[in-house]
Design a protein around this ligand. Structure first.
Ligand code: GLC
Length: 471
């Protein structure tokens, strides 16, 4: 089976969040079970682009409205990722340092998608499945079915995976001229509330929809930023598949980004050494529980309530725990979080920004990982935390609901709370402080956590079933 993944992100080429991790790992594990999986994404100007060798694979031309452009598809030349990675180079449009955040993003991603299917339509033997991820690849199912230029691809099956339905790529109808000649009778497939909505179009046109956890699939029917009715209507072709993690990269026994390696047999000693080093480096108190937050500093992750919640927790518990915050995002949240550093020296610190290495070090050092997310389609950080013996403290939503069992329940290994609120966070911190002192219980939870298998091996079989159901 030949599967082409189309995505705006793929680690290590470019990653803004979990989407990059998933698209970077899934094809590798699909290849392990004998499928021919590959990834195509935009050629941004990233470090990975500069530091690797590329072969020119295809040269073509296409147009966005009346702008005619040439594009080049290049391919990573060594195959070291475990699958073929193709990049679409559209000079002036895609070759920029950032993934998102330009005023012409709608044009950029339409141009990307048009180039991808222009290329696919030239293949001698067409792929079996085009697997699109999120709205940046969401117009592809529509264009493959309803644009006359791509008639050759009409019968090729499409799957759309939804990693985050908050972002839909909404644009005005004036942009419709950018989509290559399409069947006017099909206008309704592009439309949602009088706008072009690429995510809605994807849900309407794809042969199959997947969401990154089971609970998120249910949740979309009552909380999906305006698309609730659509998800309700299309539920028959939708399925939830929980994400896996790349256990080669996320392995505390071999992780090159951490200092002291460990597995479940020596976690108690070795993890503490990592914690000590991190506490020294960031002026934190080694003897207290270390609670980290790693993530984008945005409302969706409830980062806006962190400053007041953590201040309240530190005051109420008389600094009974340490906090270390890693992330970037909303500048107001960043400065509110930074402000606390001077108020609680020795018990609180931040790293504003994100570097892969600091993330790995934090998982390998922390006692707890806090994820109060308002919305969490799957969440990978709690899965990384489990593998590194770090106890997740999570809001009971989406993928967090599906992957964490509260310590009050049989064989529980985490702390769960209902609301993304200050009170619930403070209460959870108090619970963490209590359980941290109970070494026996803490060790039991760490052992349970480290045993859980979230590797891609079983997940890829579920995707295979999805493909088989439409072929
Ligand atoms: C998005 C979601 C996150 C999910 C990830 C990978 O970043 O917000 O919950 O884990 O995609 O699917």
């Amino acid at each position: 089976m030949v599967i082409v993944h189309v995505s705006a992100e793929c680690y290590p080429m470019a990653k803004a969040g979990g989407l990059g991790d998933v698209v970077g790992a899934l094809p590798k594990y699909q290849k392990n079970i004998g499928e021919e999986a590959m990834v195509v994404m935009p050629m941004y100007r990233t470090l990975f682009l500069e530091q690797n060798d590329w072969d020119v694979h295809f040269k073509g031309n296409a147009h966005l409205g009346n702008w005619y452009f040439d594009f080049t598809i290049i391919k990573e030349s060594t195959g070291k990722l475990g699958y073929d990675l193709f990049l679409v180079d559209i000079h002036g449009l895609l070759d920029r340092p950032k993934i998102y955040g330009y005023p012409d993003d709608p044009d950029r991603f339409i141009g990307f998608q048009v180039a991808v299917i222009t290329w696919l339509a030239q293949w001698k033997k067409l792929p079996n499945v085009v697997h699109c991820h999120d709205h940046q690849a969401g117009l592809i199912p529509f264009m493959m079915k309803h644009c006359s230029d791509f008639k050759k691809l009409q019968a090729v099956k499409t799957v759309v995976s939804i990693h985050n339905a908050q972002y839909q790529g909404i644009m005005g109808w004036d942009k419709s001229i950018l989509i290559p000649k399409w069947d006017e009778l099909k206008r309704g497939l592009l439309d949602w509330n009088n706008n072009i909505n690429p995510l809605a179009a994807a849900v309407k046109c794809a042969d199959k929809i997947t969401t990154v956890s089971h609970s998120y699939l249910q949740q979309l029917k009552y909380q999906s930023n305006g698309l609730e009715k659509l998800f309700e209507a299309e539920q028959a072709k939708s399925v939830g598949i929980l994400n896996g993690i790349d256990v080669d990269i996320w392995n505390p026994a071999t992780d090159p980004m951490i200092e002291c390696h460990y597995d479940s047999s020596n976690v108690a000693i070795e993890k503490q050494k990592n914690k000590k080093a991190l506490c020294v480096k960031y002026n934190l108190d080694f003897n207290k529980p270390l609670i980290v937050f790693i993530g984008r500093l945005v409302g969706e992750k409830a980062a806006d309530i962190l400053p007041s919640a953590l201040q309240h927790a530190l005051d109420k518990t008389n600094c009974g725990a340490n906090f270390f915050i890693i992330g970037a995002g909303d500048t107001a949240i960043e400065s509110a979080l930074n402000y606390l550093v001077q108020l609680y020296p020795g018990n609180y610190n931040t790293f504003i920004g994100y570097e892969e290495k600091i993330g790995h070090e934090a998982y390998a050092s922390a006692d707890f990982l806090l994820m109060p997310s308002r919305i969490e389609p799957c969440g990978l950080n709690q899965l990384y935390a489990l593998r590194y013996g770090t106890i997740p403290m999570v809001r009971d939503t989406g993928g967090l609901h599906d992957t964490v069992v509260d310590m009050g329940d049989t064989d529980g290994f985490g702390i769960k709370f209902l609301n993304a609120s200050e009170e619930d966070i403070v209460y959870s911190v108090e619970r963490a402080i209590v359980v941290y002192k109970d070494k026996k219980q803490m060790n039991k939870m760490i052992q349970l956590a480290m045993q859980i298998d979230h590797s891609w091996e079983s997940v890829v079989k579920e995707y295979k079933q999805v493909y088989e159901s439409i072929l």
